[in-house]
Design a protein around this ligand. Structure first.
Ligand code: PEP
Ligand code: MN
Length: 338
């Protein structure tokens, strides 16, 4: 971190600042220029409050020269992290497709969808049991029963299950879940992130509706800092002024994140577009952008879906999508396991 101090400041203010920084356990390298003096802070600056320093009258500018995420940072971990979910590897040259309904609605529904997506080549099953809905009157999910049904579907098909955790109070219900999803609305629920960081399970961390990539990485850092390195990032669209799509799919997040972090990144073309017809083109674009996988909503009867029917593919549409994705993968030097 560097602090640029105005040379117009008086000596006592300058000395106080240096003393304060040293009290934080940091060394200071001073370089005096014509109009300002640059202080180079040496040591662990992760706890330094930049805004507080920046608010001092004598300070012109404060800048970090190193990112505040250490565990997620590719600089300290150049190799891609590969997250292993029951033998299905996410990251590196692998490509995985997670598919299933927005929410688990009944035993027959989840089993029918699970069988269909498996037949088309999906390697994991998604399905919300706890649903974060905008309206408190909308279907909130089958909760514990939903998780039991997902486990049944896993027994029937062998597909590992991915489902969203909304509250630390429900952690016990998730012990047989293979991947815990932290949804967009909870991306900055730091207490929840710390708790899932203590679990040894893979975590699918979705980008918040209005969060920067830097903030996404800081949220991943919360999980990694607790000792859980099995984190998959997910770009699921962000809020913009555009209204023709539910959100705006920020595909540049893939190369941008790949440069900064070793964690795998998958794309959710369903929540990002909100439109059934846009899911396939954006899935293919995701492959082209270098994503490590997709999470796609598929429903056996989208018109009757209790949640997100408009963006859900039916099993036939998903099958076509999978064929196209598979054709494209060799072009980007990716392998699909089936
Ligand atoms: C979901 O995947 O079911 C979901 C609610 O997604 P998001 O958190 O991205 O809105
Ligand atoms: Mn949904």
């Amino acid at each position: 971190m560097i602090i640029v101090v105005k040379n117009s400041c008086d000596k006592s203010q300058f000395d106080n600042l240096i003393e304060w920084v040293k009290d934080l356990g940091l060394d200071v390298h001073t370089s005096r220029g014509e109009t300002s003096t640059v202080l180079g802070l040496v040591g662990d600056t992760s706890r330094v409050d930049m805004d507080l320093i920046g608010s001092l009258d004598i300070v012109e500018k404060v800048q970090r020269v190193q990112e505040s995420y250490k565990n997620a940072n590719r600089k300290f971990h150049p190799e891609d992290t590969i997250v292993d979910i029951c033998g299905h590897k996410v990251g590196g040259k692998n490509f995985q497709v997670i598919a299933g309904p927005c929410s688990v609605e009944s035993e027959s529904q989840i089993i029918e969808v699970a069988k269909a997506v498996k037949k088309s080549g999906a390697t994991m099953l998604r399905g919300g049991a706890f649903k974060p809905r905008t309206s408190p009157y909308a279907f909130q999910g089958l909760k514990g029963t939903g998780i039991e049904l997902l486990i049944k579907a896993k027994k029937e098909t062998g597909l590992p299950i991915v489902t969203e955790l909304l509250s630390v109070n429900d952690l016990d219900l998730f012990k047989d879940v293979d991947v815990i999803q932290i949804g967009a609305r909870n991306m900055q629920n730091f207490e929840l992130l710390k708790e899932v960081g203590k679990m040894g399970k893979p975590i699918l961390l979705k980008r918040g509706l209005a969060n920067t990539l830097q903030e996404l990485l800081m949220s991943a850092e919360y999980i990694l800092a607790e000792g859980n390195d099995q984190v998959i990032l997910c770009e699921r669209g962000i809020r913009t002024f555009e209204t023709m799509t539910r959100n705006t799919l920020d595909l540049s997040a893939v190369p941008a994140l790949k440069e900064k972090t070793h964690l795998p990144i998958i794309i959710d073309p369903s929540h990002s577009t909100g439109v059934n017809k846009f899911v396939t083109p954006m899935s293919l674009a995701s492959v082209g952008a270098g994503a490590d996988g997709l999470i796609v909503e598929v429903h056996n009867d989208p018109k009757k879906a209790l949640c997100d029917g408009a963006q859900s593919l039916n099993p036939e549409q998903f099958d076509t999508l999978m064929q196209k994705v598979r054709q494209m993968l060799p072009i980007v030097d990716r392998t699909y396991e089936k």
